[in-house]
Structures are given as structure tokens and as C-alpha cells.
Design a protein around this ligand. Sequence first.
Ligand code: ADE
Ligand code: ZN
Length: 345
Amino acid sequence: MNRLNEKQIGTMKTFIENLPKAELHLHIEGTFEPELIFAIAKRNKIALDFSSIEDLRAAYRFANLQEFLDIYYTGASVLIEEQDFYDLTTAYLTKARAQNVTHCEIFFDPQTHTDRGIPFATVINGISRALADAEAQTGLTSKLIMCFLRHLDEEAAIATLKAALPHRDKFIGVGLDSSEAGHPPEKFARVYDQAGCEGLKRVAHAGEEGPADYVRRAIEILKIDRIDHGNACLDDPELVVDIVARDLALTLCPLSNLKLNGVASLAVHPLKMMMEAGLKVTINSDDPAYFGGYINENYIETAMALDLKNSEIAQIARNSFEASFLPDAQKAARLAELDAYLAQT
Ligand code: ADE
Ligand code: ZN
């Protein structure tokens, strides 16, 4: 039972909508809205298997991660030109800015595109030009994290890292995404070592559908700096203590977990239990075009379902800046903006 009445719910929503926050778990291909998919498909003269925008949106019902990924890769297949990647990224940044995201760290999946013959440079140049333009126009800061597809082999990931290195100035880290089950972290041990030698940050999806031990192995073998999802860690109390001791943050994605049947309802989402265990959790949207909400909807629906107090919501926003890969001075500036907002609410 929610402790809030209608008026208080309205106040809570306004508090969240105006709250400065960082988004740290966001796949740019997962922001591809059906309207833009159709517009870009038309521009590129690509026929889609869906007869209308409504038809495509109606297909967004997923029993699990794999069912989602199948349709997500289909959507991404209409991206051909640098301008397509620019438009996709700009559309997300416009929404993020409107939701008071002041800093974002964005994943992209180069192999989804290079395997279709799209040059790596086309992908990264389109995305980074959009990031630079948005920062110049609105002050929204951003970083780019290149993900390896874990259903492909490590040789392909190593080749992707090699293709990326001439663009080393455009991204700050590597991540690991796609189908988790059956693709354990150690499959990518060598490419993560190489990324570490290049001074790249390392993150990985772990414990989204996989077991707690995948989270442990991502920490110990891949030497990750942040955990994407990490939900399964609660199954292993010693692991939780270790994550707290290492001060590793988790990028949780509640609506994603709900839509992919990782949780039966948001009322049983592990976020609050994780906070109580001392874990540094953040709230993010993962693939908002597919999961029914951007970052504010994730905050609001989670806060309602778990009856979060404003102080807990504020702590999650604070965590988002602390867990970001911003340089210390910029991090302090973002935290000061958050403190100024909290002081006047
Ligand atoms: N790629 C895009 N979204 C993903 C998710 N939630 N898990 C794994 N891979 C992804
Ligand atoms: Zn993700």
C-alpha cells in the first residue's frame, strides 16, 4: 500500500522530474522509437516486416531478454548512414535533457552494425557528433562506452577493440551486453585485459538473467569498475559485502527488469533491499523505447512501487553522479547542482 495520497504523488513526481540526475545504463540502439525507425527505414529505402508504427509497437511484448534482443537488432538494422546515428542520438539527448539528465554515459553496440557492413567510423562519428553538439547547445555532458556482444566470440570482440582504437578519444570504456545465459564473463577475459591496458573503464552486464557467480566473475576476472544490473548479487550475501567494500555501483533498470520478466512486479524489485544492504544503486532506463519509459518514468514507478522517500530518491540521484566516470572536478560540479536543487525543495 502506497503511503501517499494523490496530491503527494503529484508532488513526488514533480520532485523527480526536476531532480538533476545522471543516466549510466542506456543503449543508444534501445532508444530507437518506432516513429524514427519507420522514418529512417523510409529514407534508406528499407522495407520493414511491420506494416505500421502501431504494428511494430504491438510486437513489444517479451517473455525474456532473448525475445527482446531479437526485435532490438531488427530495429537497429535500418541504421545505415552517419546521419542516422546522429539523429538517433539527438532524439535521445533531447528527451534526456527534458527529463533533467545533466550527464549521461551511453552504450553502443558496434558489432550490430559492422557485421552488416557499416563502417565503425560511420557509427561512432554519427553518435559522437550528436553528443558534442548537444553538449555545446545545452550543457548536457556525456561519455560513450563501447559494448561487445557476448553471444559472439572473443576473437570478434578483440577485432572490434582494434577497429575502435583509432577512435580512442571518442569513448571512455568498454561494456558487455546481449544474451547473458551461457556466455560467462571469463569468455572475454583477454579483451578486457587489453581494454584495461588502453586505460579504458570496464563495465559489464552481469546478474541480469545470469547467476550471482557471473557478477563475482565479472568483478574478479574482468575487473569491472561498475556493474550493469547486478540483480542476482543478492543471492550471495558474501558477494554483497564484497561489492560494498569495493564501492562498486550498480546500474539498475527497473522497467527493463519488469518488461523482461526479471521481476514479477516493481513492488518486489530488489532496489530497496540493495540500498538497505549498503549497495550504491542507480536508476536507469536501459532501452526506453522498448520498455515503456525513460529515466523519470523509471524513478517514478519504482518510487511508487517501493514507497521510496524523497531522501532515498535523492540518494539514488547522488549515487548516479558519484558512480559516473566524470573527472573529479566535473563530478563535484554536478553534485553541487544536485545539492542546490535539494536545498530549495
Ligand atoms: N542490449 C540492450 N539491452 C540489453 C540488456 N538489457 N541486456 C543485455 N543486452 C542488452
Ligand atoms: Zn543494458
